[in-house]
Ligand binder design. Structure first.
Ligand SMILES: Nc1nc2c(ncn2[C@@H]2O[C@H](COP(=O)(O)OP(=O)(O)O)[C@@H](O)[C@H]2O)c(=O)[nH]1
Ligand SMILES: [Mg+2]
Length: 460
């Protein structure tokens, strides 16, 4: 990636929309924008005010109008990337967007890589790495709580906590190094006690942050709920009821949901990714068999199972097989079709479900659906409420870095206690410091940066 390049990308989703945006950033962004843009009175781009809309049209190399647009320019360093930025707000169809992007490239821009605008914002020091990740998380947030947490991170709430701890470590390191450099000035016991106190404080701070990781993961990634059960018991109907829409195929023929269908829903602020599976039974054909294998695989990955049964049919060997497949999983039993006379033997089920909650529903009559939602929420949250306005560790990368930092601080602390020479203590302090720095990006490798930003979306 060359920072001297001027990059260009379509920043709005590809599809049909009222407005679409092509964005450019780099040394030549304004020159290129000026070359492809015409205003009515031929006003030159250099006279445009920062962050003001300018009405005009985009022309191709033959001077033909491509679209009527609004052009906004943001001169360095007052822009998202701290470079010159030009944004072309055109009509949100794929043809004008692609044409405008192509013209920008003909004039010398290069196609941006995913996340490259944000990467530049990071490399140019406008935001740190945790903030950059917050930007992406906000874009991908599917629930209010996920959006709120990402926003906090984007604004630097996590970064300032990390930075504070890191500065603390740097200060300790500097003090230790002074002592090492002037060994004749014997280090006082008091100093050691002070270091130990500060290490202990840091460990407590890290533990407090780490204790939010479980909730953070829940908020950011949500949980995976897998609906299992014999064919025709009402799994797809239940999913539809939960989604209040009709994406899964519902039919009377057993075994029609042959693949795994995934949908997302927001249950009281918890992102629930819910998977409808092919019914599990001894398959009668190859395609169904593939579906059943996939169902079993998704069971392995599930955080929670919804085991749906048809209460108007007896409990049989197919149920026994399912019971076996999900025996180690957290689960909720849904007894569906309660609008029909109940046939299923509750005693027989009880022997196979452990202490899983049992909920009676009639998806057909719309009964019991909210009980299923409540139960999912309770099982996930275990009585807790979602944290609001609190810094949470939502990112596995940050969690791992904190764990590494904690280990080194622990080492440093125990070295102090064992009267191990201070220069050895300082090695661990430095390692802890570096681990912290990977969160905010001060001590991050080029490879890791590439990996992080490659997961961003194009145009951001
Ligand atoms: N009587 C009754 N029929 C239901 C209920 N829920 C679903 N069904 C019907 O059961 C059949 C199978 O449903 P489906 O959702 O495709 O089952 P799946 O194979 O488990 O996904 C369909 O005809 C549904 O309309 C219910 O609560 N009561
Ligand atoms: Mg189905």
């Amino acid at each position: 990636m060359l920072m001297e390049d001027t990059i260009a990308a379509i920043s709005t989703p590809i599809g049909v929309g009222g407005i679409g945006i092509v964005r450019m950033s780099g040394n030549r962004a304004l020159e290129i924008a000026g070359n492809m843009f015409r205003t009515k009175n031929n006003k030159k781009l250099e006279y445009f005010k920062n962050r003001y809309f300018n009405y005009g049209k985009i022309v191709d190399s033959e001077g033909n109008t491509v679209d009527e647009v609004l052009m906004v320019i943001m001169r360095a360093p007052n822009s998202y990337t701290k470079e010159d930025i030009a944004e072309i707000h055109c009509h949100g169809g794929i043809i004008p967007l692609r044409k405008i992007l192509k013209i920008a490239i003909q004039h010398g821009a290069r196609l941006a890589e995913p996340g490259e605008f944000t990467k530049r914002a990071f490399l140019n020091g406008r935001i740190d790495l945790a903030q950059a990740e917050g930007v992406m998380d906000l874009i991908c947030a599917k629930t209010e709580s996920a959006a709120k947490t990402s926003l906090l991170q984007m604004e630097g709430a996590l970064s300032s906590k990390i930075r504070e701890m890191r500065e603390n470590l740097i200060d300790i390191m500097a003090r230790i190094e002074v002592t090492i450099d002037y060994p004749e000035e014997d280090i006082e016991e008091v100093d050691k006690e002070q270091y130990a106190e500060r290490f202990t404080f840091l460990i407590e701070e890290i533990d407090r942050l780490l204790s939010t990781a479980e909730q953070g993961k829940l908020i950011r990634q949500g949980i995976k709920v897998v609906i299992v059960g014999k064919p025709n018991v009402g799994k797809s109907s239940l999913l539809n009821a939960l989604l209040r829409e009709n994406r899964a195929i519902v039919t009377d023929i057993p075994g029609t949901t042959r693949d795994v269908i995934e949908e997302s829903l927001d249950i009281k602020g918890v992102l629930v990714r819910i998977l409808d599976t092919a019914g599990i039974r001894r398959a009668t054909d190859i395609i169904e068999d593939i579906g059943i294998k996939r169902s079993k695989q998704s069971i392995q990955e599930a955080d929670l199972i919804l085991w749906v049964m048809d209460a108007s049919r007896p409990y049989d060997d197919d149920d026994l097989e399912i019971a076996e497949d999900i025996k180690d999983k957290k689960k909720i039993v849904v007894l569906n079709k309660m609008d029909n006379p109940m046939v299923i033997d509750l005693q027989a089920i009880n022997d196979h479900i452990g202490n899983a909650p049992v909920i009676k529903t009639s998806v057909k009559l719309g009964k019991g659906i909210s009980d299923v939602e409540d139960c999912i929420h309770d099982m996930v949250m275990g009585g807790k409420v979602l944290a609001q306005d609190e810094v949470l560790i939502t990112n596995l990368r940050h969690q791992e870095a904190l764990i590494r930092a904690r280990e080194h601080i622990e080492e440093a602390l125990s070295a102090l206690e064992k009267d191990i020479p201070l220069d050895l203590v300082s090695i661990d302090v430095r390692e802890a410091c570096d681990a912290m720095g990977t969160i905010t990006g001060e001590t991050v490798t080029e490879d890791l940066l590439d990996k992080i930003f490659s997961e961003f979306c194009l145009g951001k």
